[in-house]
Design a protein around this ligand. Structure first.
Ligand SMILES: [Mn+2]
Length: 221
């Protein structure tokens, strides 16, 4: 796993060259993991905003991600697990936030593949035309954010930033229902909460939650 700044910059250069090479020849699918969580869907949508030939897609969009997709009318194509109709001219695929091919829930096409992920395990078998960006960071959106900041700053519109932030926040926080770590809990049910890389919570500590709301400016301020 990569964990120093020079290697980060090198990875981002490689990613930029790889993406620009493939978008020049045809569409590039940016595929989210099948759990459809905020990190994977947010990463796919934000990265795909880099170029009009890139399209975010995946098997499933989870409840939290669904809200953001609806709010911003964000382009995300839902795919079927069998008989996926990939574009004929598909130049390449980027898979975000999936530690192995099974985690996409799809039969992936045989085209150059880029993996962008932050999980400790890795079940991908890649060839020379492929690229693996694997960082020991808290969320895949962190990798995407650094890429866009460095190589594609004009992509960082308010909605794109909101997807990136939501991906980071939801992947870092953890909810617990009985013995299991869960992504979400139904309203009215009890659950425990934990934060990644932080376990020193004491009585009296306050957990603040916030929701980002966008309000259009009006003529009278
Ligand atoms: Mn993740």
């Amino acid at each position: 796993m990569t964990s120093n700044v020079a290697a980060f910059a090198g990875d981002l250069e490689a990613l930029d060259a790889w993406l620009n090479q493939h978008v020049a020849t045809g569409p590039v699918a940016v595929i989210a993991g099948k759990n459809g969580d905020m990190d994977t869907v947010g990463s796919a949508i934000a990265l795909a905003a880099h170029h009009p030939s890139m399209l975010a897609c995946g098997l499933h969009v989870g409840r939290a991600a669904q809200r953001y997709v609806a709010k911003h009318q964000a382009p995300f194509r839902r795919l079927k697990s069998e008989g996926t109709a990939w574009p004929k001219q598909l130049a390449a695929i980027v898979v975000v936030d999936a530690a192995a091919p099974e985690q996409t829930g799809l039969l992936l096409p045989d085209v150059p593949t880029c993996i962008i992920d932050h999980h400790a395990t890795d079940g991908w078998a890649l060839s020379n035309a492929d690229l693996r960006i694997k960082w020991d960071v808290r969320s895949t959106t962190e990798v995407i954010t650094r890429y866009l900041v460095t190589h594609s700053p004009s992509t960082l519109t308010v909605p794109v930033c909101e997807f990136l932030l939501a991906g980071l926040v939801t992947d870092t926080g953890r909810l617990r229902r009985f013995k299991d770590e869960v992504k979400e809990v139904n309203a009215g049910q009890e659950c425990g909460m934990a934060f990644e890389s932080y376990s020193d919570l004491k009585q009296g500590d306050v957990i603040e939650c916030y929701e980002v709301e966008e309000i259009a400016r009006s003529l009278d301020g």
